[in-house]
Design a protein. Structure first.
Length: 85
């Protein structure tokens, strides 16, 4: 994935958490824009696991196959039918 396209995802307002899928089959969730740094050559992701020290993962953007939203599509509320319809 091109770094500029990933940067667009990170800068989107309002920010939408997303999952990055890699060529290795692994994925990383990004829940906040401060947990990822995107440069032309590298992507650094902060991996947070409760009770463990902060870990950073260095990824070459070429290995990111795609990203997907973690929130999913917003569902429209169901409308009640008027009586007698």
């Amino acid at each position: 994935m091109r770094a500029d396209k990933l940067q667009e995802q990170v800068r989107r307002q309002p920010f939408q958490p997303f999952r990055m899928h890699l060529t290795s089959g692994t994925h990383f969730d990004v829940h906040h824009p401060e947990f990822i740094l995107v440069t032309r050559r590298d992507v650094v992701v902060a991996k947070l696991v409760k009770g463990e020290p902060l870990e950073s993962i260095l990824i070459d953007p070429i290995h990111i196959t795609h990203v997907e939203s973690l929130n999913g599509p917003k569902k429209q509320p169901l409308r009640k039918r008027p009586r007698g319809a």
